[in-house]
Design a binder for this molecule. Structure first.
Ligand code: ADP
Ligand code: MG
Ligand code: ZN
Length: 476
């Protein structure tokens, strides 16, 4: 069998977190009773006029600047005509000829790659509604609440060669969008969705192979699985002497395979034409400069800051700043304890694990930053030892309890009484003459056993370091 290489390009849709829709003043809020977030404009009644939401353009410019794009000074909207029950107007207002941004790139990094992924273009468009299938009554109902929610479609160049690169790109892009505050990027709610265009070619061949496009991918896990399955399928097709058909496929994550949905349509199939109801979008140099001036610190910059200012490793800084909520939390805790390495160790250990618990790719922080700061402070002042600190962390996390109160109520504070600790050490030594002999005979490893016995006697409420030192002293 030949050695094959994958070529992938992504079309990412992100729902913008503007208060109102792109062409009317209905709310963009997720959910709600079906068909209550609608008006004649977003349900496409005859004779109504769309009015462009300025915030959508501002968000588009911000995303373009953050992804190194050039911003189109004179852009336009176009009508993409097609009929589907979730699209009551029978056309989607989008941008074909003059999208708001072009020719940018995003830098990605992983274990065995560091590269730039080209952004072909970014355009503004409106979302469609949702069809809800009722398997019991075998009916389908339409909910138009999502109609007209603003979207940015970010189209990459076919620059990816592996699933790892795709995931790294999506994580980087998600972080950028969250830092900019333009989208909540909740994949499980559909506010970040990716279509994967994939082809394979024999290694060494310069032309691309025929691609398919996979839709309906709403988690990083399903994207990685879909890529692996589609690569395998295409190679099998080619190896059996057939040709890959250019088509749109739907990934079924439960079944673990994709099936053909429709043959690939071209732009001309949509009969695009300039949207007559909207004026061109003019973006002046001044407007661009104004938005550039308000851009927040982006993930890459913040990562550098964490390396330089806080002395964190490149890797740790990358992990923390890769999730905006985590970086903000880091800042809040560190502002109180002023010990960046200690805070980073907490966040990248137990914390990360519990925050990522759950089915989807979401990240939940349930404990207030001042409460983690209290745990760290109790460890540093020797009120509790590190092990107890961890236990307390897990105990208070879910219900956001006060760790000091918890330590009090469960009597977890370390024994303050030095005499008690001394007596315990003496007692354990007296009870274990054989071990003491072994130690004195040069088998110093047994010290750990003695420390353990003392800790047990003191119900874990002592500092193992202190006990260790006391034992050594007594055994001299
Ligand atoms: P459209 O979907 O409108 O036809 P394009 O042809 O420009 O748009 O491509 C859509 C996406 O497919 C882009 O992200 C692009 O990078 C990617 N793509 C284009 N050709 C290939 C290919 N042969 N293999 C993999 N991806 C491709
Ligand atoms: Mg497309
Ligand atoms: Zn509306």
């Amino acid at each position: 069998m030949k050695d094959y290489e994958m070529v992938i390009g992504l079309e990412v849709h992100t729902e913008l977190s503007t208060k109102t829709k792109i062409f009317c003043s209905c709310t963009t809020e997720f959910g709600g009773e079906p068909n209550t977030h609608c008006c004649p404009i977003c349900t496409g009644m005859p004779g109504v006029l769309p009015k462009l939401n300025k915030k959508v353009v501002e968000y588009g410019i911000a995303v373009g600047l953050a992804t190194n794009c050039s911003i189109t000074p004179y852009g336009k909207f176009d009508r993409k005509n097609y009929f589907y029950p979730d699209l009551p107007k029978a056309y989607q207002i989008s941008q074909l000829y003059l999208p708001i941004c072009r020719d940018g790139f995003i830098e990605i990094e992983g274990k065995d790659f560091k590269k730039k992924i080209g952004i072909h273009e970014i355009h503004m468009e409106e979302d469609a509604g949702k069809l809800i299938h009722d398997p019991i009554f075998d009916t389908t109902r339409a909910d138009y609440n999502r109609c007209g929610v603003p979207l940015l479609e970010i189209v990459s160049e076919p620059d990816f060669r592996s699933a790892d690169e795709v995931i790294a790109y999506l994580e980087t892009l998600k972080a950028i969008l969250q830092y900019l505050g333009v989208s909540d990027c909740k994949m499980q709610e559909g506010s970040l969705r990716a279509d994967v265009n994939l082809s394979v070619r024999p290694k060494g061949q310069t032309e691309f192979g025929t691609r398919t496009e996979m839709k309906n991918l709403n988690s990083f896990r399903s994207i990685a699985r879909a890529i692996a399955a589609e690569k395998k399928r295409q190679i099998e097709v080619l190896e059996s002497g057939e040709k890959v058909v250019q088509e749109t496929r739907r990934w079924d994550d439960d079944a673990g395979y994709s099936y053909a949905m429709r043959s690939k349509e071209d732009a001309q199939d949509y009969r695009y034409f300039p949207e007559p109801d909207l004026a061109p979008v003019e973006i002046s140099e001044e407007w661009k400069a104004e938005i550039r001036a308000t851009l927040p610190m982006l993930p890459k910059e913040r990562r550098n800051k964490y390396i330089e200012e806080f002395g964190l490793s490149d890797y740790d800084a990358g992990l923390i700043t890769g999730i905006k909520a985590l970086a903000d939390y880091f800042d809040d805790v560190n502002a109180i304890v002023n010990d960046p390495k200690e805070v980073a160790n907490w966040l990248l250990g137990s914390f990360m694990r519990v925050a990522k618990e759950g089915e989807d790719d979401s990240f939940r922080i349930l404990l207030d930053p001042d409460k983690l700061a209290k745990i760290i402070a109790m460890i540093k002042t020797n009120k509790i030892n590190r092990n107890t600190g961890k236990d307390v962390f897990f105990a208070v996390w879910k219900d956001n309890l006060d760790p000091e109160v918890y330590v009090e109520e469960h009597d977890l504070a370390m024994v303050g009484d030095d005499d008690l600790v001394k007596d315990t050490v003496a007692k354990i030594l007296a009870e274990n003459p054989k071990t003491v002999e072994q130690y004195k005979g040069g088998k110093t490893k047994v010290l750990g056993f003695l420390v353990g016995q003392c800790m047990k006697e003191l119900k874990g409420k002592a500092d193992p370091g202190t006990i260790n030192a006391m034992l050594r002293e007594s055994l001299k």
